[in-house]
Design a protein around this ligand. Structure first.
Ligand code: HEM
Length: 373
Protein backbone atom coordinates (compact mmCIF):
# COMPACT_ATOMS: atom_id res chain seq x y z
CA UNK A 1 0.00 0.00 0.00
CA UNK A 2 1.35 3.45 -0.91
CA UNK A 3 2.15 5.91 1.92
CA UNK A 4 -0.33 8.83 2.27
CA UNK A 5 1.28 11.91 0.69
CA UNK A 6 2.23 14.72 3.04
CA UNK A 7 1.96 18.28 1.84
CA UNK A 8 3.96 21.38 2.71
CA UNK A 9 2.29 24.03 4.84
CA UNK A 10 1.60 27.24 2.89
CA UNK A 11 2.77 30.31 4.90
CA UNK A 12 0.13 32.83 6.05
CA UNK A 13 0.30 36.42 7.33
CA UNK A 14 -0.79 36.99 10.95
CA UNK A 15 -4.57 37.16 11.56
CA UNK A 16 -6.61 39.80 13.41
CA UNK A 17 -8.99 38.52 16.13
CA UNK A 18 -12.42 37.67 14.59
CA UNK A 19 -11.55 39.37 11.28
CA UNK A 20 -8.85 36.93 10.14
CA UNK A 21 -7.02 38.43 7.13
CA UNK A 22 -9.70 40.98 6.29
CA UNK A 23 -7.53 43.94 7.32
CA UNK A 24 -4.28 42.49 5.97
CA UNK A 25 -4.58 44.50 2.74
CA UNK A 26 -5.28 48.23 3.18
CA UNK A 27 -7.80 50.09 1.02
CA UNK A 28 -5.14 52.58 -0.14
CA UNK A 29 -2.25 50.27 -1.05
CA UNK A 30 -3.52 46.69 -1.51
CA UNK A 31 -0.96 45.88 -4.22
CA UNK A 32 2.02 47.18 -2.25
CA UNK A 33 0.75 45.30 0.85
CA UNK A 34 0.51 42.03 -1.08
CA UNK A 35 3.93 42.68 -2.56
CA UNK A 36 5.44 43.27 0.90
CA UNK A 37 3.89 40.00 2.10
CA UNK A 38 5.40 38.19 -0.88
CA UNK A 39 8.82 39.52 0.15
CA UNK A 40 8.26 38.45 3.76
CA UNK A 41 6.53 35.09 3.23
CA UNK A 42 8.10 33.91 -0.02
CA UNK A 43 6.91 32.71 -3.45
CA UNK A 44 3.64 31.26 -2.14
CA UNK A 45 1.38 32.36 0.68
CA UNK A 46 -2.23 31.92 1.66
CA UNK A 47 -4.94 34.26 2.95
CA UNK A 48 -8.57 33.66 3.84
CA UNK A 49 -10.97 36.48 3.00
CA UNK A 50 -14.62 36.01 3.96
CA UNK A 51 -14.38 32.23 3.72
CA UNK A 52 -12.54 32.35 0.38
CA UNK A 53 -9.03 30.94 0.24
CA UNK A 54 -6.58 33.02 -1.80
CA UNK A 55 -3.23 31.51 -2.80
CA UNK A 56 -0.79 34.29 -3.78
CA UNK A 57 2.05 33.24 -6.09
CA UNK A 58 5.15 35.20 -7.06
CA UNK A 59 7.78 32.52 -7.69
CA UNK A 60 8.72 31.90 -11.33
CA UNK A 61 8.39 28.08 -11.28
CA UNK A 62 5.04 28.12 -9.48
CA UNK A 63 3.61 30.82 -11.79
CA UNK A 64 4.89 28.93 -14.82
CA UNK A 65 3.12 25.80 -13.56
CA UNK A 66 -0.26 27.51 -13.01
CA UNK A 67 -0.16 29.07 -16.50
CA UNK A 68 -0.79 25.55 -17.86
CA UNK A 69 -4.27 25.88 -19.42
CA UNK A 70 -4.89 22.13 -19.21
CA UNK A 71 -4.89 22.36 -15.40
CA UNK A 72 -5.89 25.95 -14.59
CA UNK A 73 -8.33 28.54 -15.95
CA UNK A 74 -9.00 32.27 -15.55
CA UNK A 75 -10.94 32.97 -12.36
CA UNK A 76 -13.97 35.28 -12.30
CA UNK A 77 -14.23 35.33 -8.54
CA UNK A 78 -13.63 38.19 -6.10
CA UNK A 79 -13.15 41.56 -7.82
CA UNK A 80 -13.97 40.39 -11.37
CA UNK A 81 -17.28 38.88 -10.18
CA UNK A 82 -18.24 42.36 -8.93
CA UNK A 83 -17.05 44.04 -12.15
CA UNK A 84 -19.49 41.73 -14.01
CA UNK A 85 -22.29 44.02 -12.81
CA UNK A 86 -21.23 46.47 -15.52
CA UNK A 87 -18.81 44.39 -17.66
CA UNK A 88 -21.38 41.53 -17.88
CA UNK A 89 -20.20 38.73 -20.13
CA UNK A 90 -17.75 40.99 -21.98
CA UNK A 91 -14.36 39.40 -22.75
CA UNK A 92 -12.67 40.47 -19.51
CA UNK A 93 -15.32 39.21 -17.10
CA UNK A 94 -16.81 36.22 -18.96
CA UNK A 95 -15.95 32.68 -17.98
CA UNK A 96 -14.04 30.66 -20.55
CA UNK A 97 -16.95 28.22 -20.88
CA UNK A 98 -19.52 30.95 -21.60
CA UNK A 99 -20.43 30.83 -25.32
CA UNK A 100 -20.09 34.62 -25.69
CA UNK A 101 -16.40 34.46 -24.71
CA UNK A 102 -15.32 32.37 -27.70
CA UNK A 103 -17.84 34.05 -29.99
CA UNK A 104 -16.45 37.53 -29.17
CA UNK A 105 -12.88 36.22 -29.40
CA UNK A 106 -13.44 34.86 -32.89
CA UNK A 107 -15.24 37.98 -34.11
CA UNK A 108 -12.92 40.60 -32.57
CA UNK A 109 -9.46 39.04 -32.86
CA UNK A 110 -8.74 40.50 -36.35
CA UNK A 111 -9.04 43.97 -34.79
CA UNK A 112 -5.74 43.34 -33.02
CA UNK A 113 -3.65 42.31 -36.02
CA UNK A 114 -0.68 44.41 -37.23
CA UNK A 115 -2.82 45.52 -40.20
CA UNK A 116 -5.55 46.72 -37.88
CA UNK A 117 -2.96 48.59 -35.76
CA UNK A 118 -1.76 50.37 -38.88
CA UNK A 119 -5.32 51.44 -39.66
CA UNK A 120 -5.63 53.08 -36.21
CA UNK A 121 -2.39 55.05 -36.70
CA UNK A 122 -3.95 58.29 -38.04
CA UNK A 123 -6.48 58.38 -35.22
CA UNK A 124 -3.77 57.80 -32.62
CA UNK A 125 -1.77 60.70 -34.07
CA UNK A 126 -4.87 62.91 -33.98
CA UNK A 127 -5.22 62.44 -30.20
CA UNK A 128 -1.46 62.51 -29.50
CA UNK A 129 -1.37 65.85 -31.35
CA UNK A 130 -4.01 67.27 -29.00
CA UNK A 131 -1.79 66.40 -26.03
CA UNK A 132 1.31 67.83 -27.72
CA UNK A 133 -0.49 71.09 -28.50
CA UNK A 134 -1.74 71.37 -24.92
CA UNK A 135 1.70 70.82 -23.40
CA UNK A 136 3.54 73.00 -25.91
CA UNK A 137 1.33 76.00 -25.02
CA UNK A 138 1.96 75.87 -21.28
CA UNK A 139 4.15 78.57 -19.78
CA UNK A 140 7.46 77.63 -18.20
CA UNK A 141 6.93 76.37 -14.64
CA UNK A 142 3.23 75.54 -15.06
CA UNK A 143 2.29 72.22 -13.48
CA UNK A 144 1.12 69.27 -15.54
CA UNK A 145 -1.17 66.59 -14.10
CA UNK A 146 0.52 63.80 -16.05
CA UNK A 147 -1.71 60.94 -14.81
CA UNK A 148 -4.85 62.88 -15.76
CA UNK A 149 -3.50 63.83 -19.20
CA UNK A 150 -2.47 60.23 -19.86
CA UNK A 151 -6.00 59.10 -18.98
CA UNK A 152 -7.39 61.69 -21.40
CA UNK A 153 -4.94 60.51 -24.08
CA UNK A 154 -5.80 56.83 -23.76
CA UNK A 155 -9.56 57.07 -23.26
CA UNK A 156 -9.82 59.42 -26.25
CA UNK A 157 -7.64 57.08 -28.33
CA UNK A 158 -9.67 53.94 -27.60
CA UNK A 159 -12.92 55.94 -28.04
CA UNK A 160 -11.92 57.23 -31.48
CA UNK A 161 -10.04 54.20 -32.82
CA UNK A 162 -12.50 51.59 -31.53
CA UNK A 163 -15.83 53.35 -31.74
CA UNK A 164 -15.37 56.54 -33.78
CA UNK A 165 -16.46 58.46 -30.67
CA UNK A 166 -14.76 61.64 -29.44
CA UNK A 167 -14.64 61.95 -25.65
CA UNK A 168 -12.85 65.29 -26.30
CA UNK A 169 -11.19 65.12 -22.87
CA UNK A 170 -8.59 67.77 -23.80
CA UNK A 171 -11.33 70.30 -24.51
CA UNK A 172 -13.12 70.06 -21.16
CA UNK A 173 -12.04 70.82 -17.60
CA UNK A 174 -14.30 68.12 -16.19
CA UNK A 175 -13.90 64.49 -17.15
CA UNK A 176 -16.52 62.96 -19.47
CA UNK A 177 -19.51 61.55 -17.49
CA UNK A 178 -18.69 58.02 -18.74
CA UNK A 179 -15.12 58.28 -17.42
CA UNK A 180 -16.33 59.62 -14.05
CA UNK A 181 -18.95 56.86 -13.74
CA UNK A 182 -16.44 54.18 -14.69
CA UNK A 183 -13.82 55.39 -12.18
CA UNK A 184 -16.49 55.61 -9.49
CA UNK A 185 -17.87 52.11 -10.21
CA UNK A 186 -14.34 50.65 -10.04
CA UNK A 187 -13.65 52.49 -6.75
CA UNK A 188 -16.92 51.16 -5.26
CA UNK A 189 -15.90 47.65 -6.33
CA UNK A 190 -12.53 47.99 -4.58
CA UNK A 191 -14.32 49.29 -1.49
CA UNK A 192 -16.74 46.35 -1.45
CA UNK A 193 -13.88 43.88 -1.55
CA UNK A 194 -12.87 45.14 1.87
CA UNK A 195 -16.33 45.05 3.45
CA UNK A 196 -16.48 43.37 6.82
CA UNK A 197 -19.32 40.77 6.98
CA UNK A 198 -22.82 42.36 6.78
CA UNK A 199 -21.38 45.79 5.88
CA UNK A 200 -22.52 45.56 2.27
CA UNK A 201 -26.14 45.03 3.44
CA UNK A 202 -26.03 48.46 5.08
CA UNK A 203 -24.49 50.34 2.17
CA UNK A 204 -27.63 51.44 0.36
CA UNK A 205 -26.15 54.83 -0.56
CA UNK A 206 -23.18 53.13 -2.18
CA UNK A 207 -25.52 50.74 -4.03
CA UNK A 208 -27.58 53.65 -5.34
CA UNK A 209 -24.40 55.41 -6.49
CA UNK A 210 -23.28 52.26 -8.32
CA UNK A 211 -26.68 51.94 -10.03
CA UNK A 212 -26.38 55.59 -11.18
CA UNK A 213 -22.86 54.92 -12.50
CA UNK A 214 -24.02 51.84 -14.40
CA UNK A 215 -26.92 53.81 -15.87
CA UNK A 216 -24.54 56.57 -17.05
CA UNK A 217 -22.19 54.04 -18.66
CA UNK A 218 -25.05 52.16 -20.34
CA UNK A 219 -26.61 55.37 -21.69
CA UNK A 220 -23.32 56.54 -23.26
CA UNK A 221 -22.74 53.15 -24.86
CA UNK A 222 -26.33 52.65 -26.03
CA UNK A 223 -26.26 56.07 -27.72
CA UNK A 224 -23.07 55.09 -29.47
CA UNK A 225 -24.67 51.90 -30.80
CA UNK A 226 -27.88 53.69 -31.82
CA UNK A 227 -25.99 56.42 -33.70
CA UNK A 228 -23.83 53.91 -35.56
CA UNK A 229 -26.87 51.82 -36.52
CA UNK A 230 -28.69 54.97 -37.70
CA UNK A 231 -25.69 55.98 -39.85
CA UNK A 232 -26.34 53.00 -42.16
CA UNK A 233 -22.58 52.38 -42.37
CA UNK A 234 -21.01 50.06 -44.90
CA UNK A 235 -19.16 47.46 -42.83
CA UNK A 236 -16.91 46.50 -45.74
CA UNK A 237 -15.67 50.11 -45.91
CA UNK A 238 -15.29 50.66 -42.16
CA UNK A 239 -14.19 47.91 -39.82
CA UNK A 240 -13.39 49.39 -36.41
CA UNK A 241 -14.25 47.47 -33.23
CA UNK A 242 -17.82 48.75 -33.11
CA UNK A 243 -18.45 47.87 -36.72
CA UNK A 244 -17.14 44.33 -36.13
CA UNK A 245 -19.28 44.01 -33.00
CA UNK A 246 -22.41 45.08 -34.90
CA UNK A 247 -21.87 43.16 -38.13
CA UNK A 248 -19.34 40.41 -37.39
CA UNK A 249 -20.37 36.77 -37.45
CA UNK A 250 -18.58 33.99 -35.60
CA UNK A 251 -17.40 31.59 -38.32
CA UNK A 252 -17.65 28.65 -35.90
CA UNK A 253 -21.27 29.09 -34.78
CA UNK A 254 -22.55 31.33 -37.59
CA UNK A 255 -23.91 33.68 -34.89
CA UNK A 256 -23.43 37.45 -34.36
CA UNK A 257 -23.06 39.11 -30.94
CA UNK A 258 -26.37 40.01 -29.28
CA UNK A 259 -27.15 43.63 -28.29
CA UNK A 260 -26.66 43.19 -24.54
CA UNK A 261 -23.32 41.51 -25.12
CA UNK A 262 -22.25 44.34 -27.48
CA UNK A 263 -22.99 46.83 -24.70
CA UNK A 264 -20.84 44.78 -22.31
CA UNK A 265 -18.00 44.47 -24.83
CA UNK A 266 -17.90 48.25 -25.41
CA UNK A 267 -17.80 48.97 -21.67
CA UNK A 268 -15.09 46.30 -21.30
CA UNK A 269 -12.90 47.74 -24.06
CA UNK A 270 -13.31 51.28 -22.78
CA UNK A 271 -12.20 50.18 -19.30
CA UNK A 272 -9.53 47.59 -20.23
CA UNK A 273 -8.26 49.67 -23.12
CA UNK A 274 -7.36 52.84 -21.26
CA UNK A 275 -6.55 52.46 -17.52
CA UNK A 276 -3.67 50.05 -18.06
CA UNK A 277 -2.12 52.07 -20.88
CA UNK A 278 -2.47 55.42 -19.10
CA UNK A 279 -0.80 53.93 -16.00
CA UNK A 280 2.03 52.57 -18.15
CA UNK A 281 2.64 55.96 -19.78
CA UNK A 282 2.55 57.79 -16.44
CA UNK A 283 5.06 55.36 -14.90
CA UNK A 284 7.26 55.63 -18.00
CA UNK A 285 7.37 59.44 -17.79
CA UNK A 286 8.16 59.22 -14.07
CA UNK A 287 10.99 56.78 -14.80
CA UNK A 288 12.34 58.95 -17.63
CA UNK A 289 12.42 62.07 -15.46
CA UNK A 290 14.29 60.14 -12.78
CA UNK A 291 16.82 58.71 -15.25
CA UNK A 292 18.17 61.61 -17.36
CA UNK A 293 20.64 59.38 -19.25
CA UNK A 294 17.76 57.15 -20.41
CA UNK A 295 15.73 60.22 -21.36
CA UNK A 296 18.68 61.49 -23.44
CA UNK A 297 18.94 58.15 -25.28
CA UNK A 298 15.17 58.04 -25.92
CA UNK A 299 15.25 61.59 -27.21
CA UNK A 300 18.23 60.81 -29.48
CA UNK A 301 16.33 57.84 -30.92
CA UNK A 302 13.32 60.03 -31.74
CA UNK A 303 15.61 62.58 -33.46
CA UNK A 304 17.36 59.83 -35.43
CA UNK A 305 14.15 58.11 -36.61
CA UNK A 306 11.99 61.20 -37.24
CA UNK A 307 14.66 63.63 -38.35
CA UNK A 308 15.31 67.20 -37.15
CA UNK A 309 11.95 68.82 -38.07
CA UNK A 310 9.82 68.83 -34.86
CA UNK A 311 6.62 69.28 -36.87
CA UNK A 312 7.12 65.94 -38.67
CA UNK A 313 4.33 63.44 -38.03
CA UNK A 314 5.67 59.91 -37.47
CA UNK A 315 4.56 57.23 -39.91
CA UNK A 316 3.43 53.81 -38.65
CA UNK A 317 6.71 52.34 -39.93
CA UNK A 318 8.74 54.92 -38.00
CA UNK A 319 6.87 54.17 -34.77
CA UNK A 320 7.91 50.53 -35.17
CA UNK A 321 11.52 51.66 -35.57
CA UNK A 322 11.54 53.22 -32.09
CA UNK A 323 13.19 50.14 -30.55
CA UNK A 324 14.77 51.80 -27.51
CA UNK A 325 11.43 53.37 -26.58
CA UNK A 326 9.70 50.01 -26.98
CA UNK A 327 12.26 48.46 -24.61
CA UNK A 328 11.74 51.31 -22.19
CA UNK A 329 7.97 50.70 -22.15
CA UNK A 330 8.49 46.96 -21.60
CA UNK A 331 10.92 47.65 -18.78
CA UNK A 332 8.38 50.02 -17.20
CA UNK A 333 5.75 47.25 -17.37
CA UNK A 334 8.22 44.85 -15.77
CA UNK A 335 8.89 47.20 -12.86
CA UNK A 336 5.35 48.55 -12.48
CA UNK A 337 2.89 46.23 -14.22
CA UNK A 338 -0.33 48.21 -14.49
CA UNK A 339 -2.48 45.08 -14.35
CA UNK A 340 -0.55 43.92 -11.27
CA UNK A 341 -2.45 40.70 -10.51
CA UNK A 342 -4.50 38.12 -12.36
CA UNK A 343 -6.61 35.29 -11.00
CA UNK A 344 -6.77 31.56 -11.80
CA UNK A 345 -8.36 28.45 -10.33
CA UNK A 346 -7.43 24.76 -10.69
CA UNK A 347 -9.80 22.67 -12.81
CA UNK A 348 -9.51 19.93 -10.13
CA UNK A 349 -7.89 19.57 -6.70
CA UNK A 350 -4.17 19.50 -7.43
CA UNK A 351 -0.62 19.81 -6.11
CA UNK A 352 1.78 22.54 -7.28
CA UNK A 353 5.53 22.78 -6.81
CA UNK A 354 5.37 19.03 -6.01
CA UNK A 355 4.19 19.76 -2.42
CA UNK A 356 1.49 22.45 -2.09
CA UNK A 357 -2.06 21.17 -2.14
CA UNK A 358 -4.52 23.49 -3.92
CA UNK A 359 -8.26 22.83 -3.98
CA UNK A 360 -10.65 23.51 -6.85
CA UNK A 361 -12.44 26.23 -4.88
CA UNK A 362 -9.21 28.07 -4.05
CA UNK A 363 -8.40 31.21 -6.00
CA UNK A 364 -4.84 31.68 -7.20
CA UNK A 365 -3.58 35.24 -7.50
CA UNK A 366 -0.45 35.81 -9.57
CA UNK A 367 1.39 38.80 -8.09
CA UNK A 368 3.25 40.30 -11.03
CA UNK A 369 5.35 43.07 -9.38
CA UNK A 370 6.89 40.50 -7.03
CA UNK A 371 7.33 37.97 -9.87
CA UNK A 372 9.07 40.53 -12.08
CA UNK A 373 11.72 41.63 -9.59
C1 HEM B 1 -0.29 48.36 -20.99
C2 HEM B 1 -1.46 48.00 -21.42
C3 HEM B 1 -2.20 46.76 -21.01
C4 HEM B 1 -1.96 45.85 -20.02
C5 HEM B 1 -0.82 45.85 -18.99
C6 HEM B 1 -3.01 44.83 -20.09
C7 HEM B 1 -3.08 43.73 -19.26
C8 HEM B 1 -4.01 42.71 -19.38
C9 HEM B 1 -4.00 41.46 -18.62
C10 HEM B 1 -2.97 41.07 -17.56
C11 HEM B 1 -5.08 40.75 -19.03
C12 HEM B 1 -5.47 39.34 -18.54
C13 HEM B 1 -6.38 39.44 -17.35
C14 HEM B 1 -6.80 38.07 -16.81
O1 HEM B 1 -6.53 37.04 -17.41
O2 HEM B 1 -7.47 38.07 -15.77
C15 HEM B 1 -5.79 41.54 -20.03
C16 HEM B 1 -6.94 41.14 -20.68
C17 HEM B 1 -7.64 41.92 -21.56
N1 HEM B 1 -7.26 43.16 -22.06
FE1 HEM B 1 -5.56 44.14 -21.61
N2 HEM B 1 -3.87 45.17 -21.10
C18 HEM B 1 -3.44 46.33 -21.68
C19 HEM B 1 -4.03 47.02 -22.74
C20 HEM B 1 -5.24 46.69 -23.30
C21 HEM B 1 -5.87 47.42 -24.39
C22 HEM B 1 -5.29 48.66 -25.08
C23 HEM B 1 -7.06 46.79 -24.64
C24 HEM B 1 -8.13 47.10 -25.66
C25 HEM B 1 -8.03 47.93 -26.62
C26 HEM B 1 -7.17 45.66 -23.71
C27 HEM B 1 -8.23 44.79 -23.66
C28 HEM B 1 -8.23 43.61 -22.93
C29 HEM B 1 -9.31 42.61 -22.99
C30 HEM B 1 -10.58 42.72 -23.84
C31 HEM B 1 -8.94 41.55 -22.12
C32 HEM B 1 -9.72 40.25 -21.87
C33 HEM B 1 -9.22 39.22 -22.88
C34 HEM B 1 -9.90 37.88 -22.73
O3 HEM B 1 -9.88 37.29 -21.66
O4 HEM B 1 -10.44 37.41 -23.72
N3 HEM B 1 -6.04 45.63 -22.95
N4 HEM B 1 -5.10 42.71 -20.25
Amino acid sequence: MSEPQTFARIPEPPETFLLGHLLTLSAETPVQDMWRLARELGPIFRMELRGRVLIVLSGYDLVNEVCDETRFDKSIRGGLRLVRRFGGDGLFTSKTEEPNWSKAHNILLPNFSQRAMESYHAVMLDIADQLAVKWSRLNFGEEIDVARDMTSLTVDTIGLSGFDYRFNSFYHDKEHPFVGAMADALAITMDELRDVPMESLLSTRRDRQLQDDIRTMNETVDRLIKDRRASGEDHSAKSDLLSCMLHGVDKKTGEPLDDVNIRHQIITFLIAGHETTSGLLSFAIYALLNNPEVLAKASAEVDRVLGPDPTTKPTYKQVNELRYITQLLKETLRLWPTAPVFGLYPLADTVIGGKYKIKKDHTITVMLPALHR
